[in-house]
Design a binder for this molecule. Structure first.
Ligand SMILES: NC(=O)c1ccc[n+]([C@@H]2O[C@H](COP(=O)([O-])OP(=O)(O)OC[C@H]3O[C@@H](n4cnc5c(N)ncnc54)[C@H](OP(=O)(O)O)[C@@H]3O)[C@@H](O)[C@H]2O)c1
Length: 268
């Protein structure tokens, strides 16, 4: 990846930040985005101090115009784009019956539409460089999770979009990887939206028992290097995808019971 130009949407925290550091240490020139300018600046400076080439561009993935401007700015500044990592994402936590539909729209706007906007803006440049696209999806894109209807829907939509696009790009030289982490220690649960669309500010799971963002990043980098099409992570994630394919009915009960154990779960 030496000297390659990589855009990572939502790179100021968690998996995106870990990918930025690891790709940077491999010699790539990295661009990260995020909505919170201070957090983005803090991460950029921190990673520059680690000795990598990195630029932070404030950009909200749910806004098509901002995404297009960001992508064009990167192309102008660096002359090429080799890899787009659609990582920016948020989650939600509420029973469907109680949630404001706007919450589901916000989650779709960032997770799904953000992926679509960035991918279309970068595609001509990725074709030029015969580069690639990585979508950071989720096990929730294979198996719907209760209390996270909007999140699951956004990740199923990402998977369908990227699989179709991968097929469309079969002879273009552009590689597409759909990466599906299992539960990963990060800020995603703290920043998830409640029924009214407010940030919950708390996690309902044991973050220290999850895969680390660093481990997730190195698995993604390896899978992309090996030109894998999909990457399913964690033992629990692999088991969930397997059982869901062959024992779909039983999985409703297993998933319900598992999610019911989360702190303050609204499942009865
Ligand atoms: N952690 C997990 O358990 C897990 C499991 C499976 C998949 N994933 C996926 O991994 C990806 C990264 O999540 P993470 O766990 O690393 O969470 P995180 O620590 O909360 O990081 C999310 C990043 O996305 C940015 N972001 C959020 N909304 C954005 C927007 N509208 N525009 C631009 N940037 C935005 C955040 O910065 P700002 O808030 O400043 O915008 C932050 O940099 C997500 O797509 C998530 O769905 C996570």
């Amino acid at each position: 990846m030496n000297n390659k130009v990589i855009i990572i949407t939502g790179g100021s925290s968690g998996i995106g930040k870990a990918l930025a550091l690891q790709y940077g240490l491999l010699g790539a020139r990295v661009v990260i985005t995020g909505r919170n300018k201070e957090k983005l600046q803090e991460t950029t400076v921190q990673l520059q101090k680690a000795g990598i080439s990195i630029v932070g561009i404030p950009c909200d993935s749910s806004l098509e115009k901002e995404i297009r401007l960001m992508v064009d700015q990167v192309k102008k500044q660096f002359g090429q784009i080799d890899l787009l990592i659609n990582n920016a994402g948020i989650s939600m936590r509420s029973m469907f019956e109680e949630v404001s539909i706007d919450v589901l729209k916000t989650v779709m706007d960032i997770n799904f539409w953000g992926t679509v906007y960035a991918t279309q803006a970068a595609l001509p440049y990725l074709k030029e460089s015969k580069g690639g696209i990585i979508g950071i999806s989720s096990i929730a894109g294979y198996r719907g999770l209760p209390v996270r209807t909007g999140y699951s829907a956004s990740k199923f939509a990402m998977n369908g979009f990227l699989e179709a696009l991968r097929t469309e790009l079969l002879h273009s030289g552009v590689h597409v990887l759909i990466a599906c982490p299992g539960f990963t220690a990060s800020n995603i649960r703290n920043s998830s939206l409640n029924a009214e669309g407010n940030i919950t500010g708390e996690t309902m799971r044991e973050e220290d028992k999850m895969m680390s963002a660093d481990e997730v990043a190195s698995k993604i980098i390896q899978a992309y290097q090996q030109k894998k099409k999909t990457l399913i992570m964690t033992f629990q994630g692999k088991l969930t995808v397997f059982l869901n394919k062959w024992m779909n009915g039983l999985m409703d009960t297993l998933v319900y019971n598992s999610l019911k154990k989360e702190r303050n779960s609204p499942l009865k």
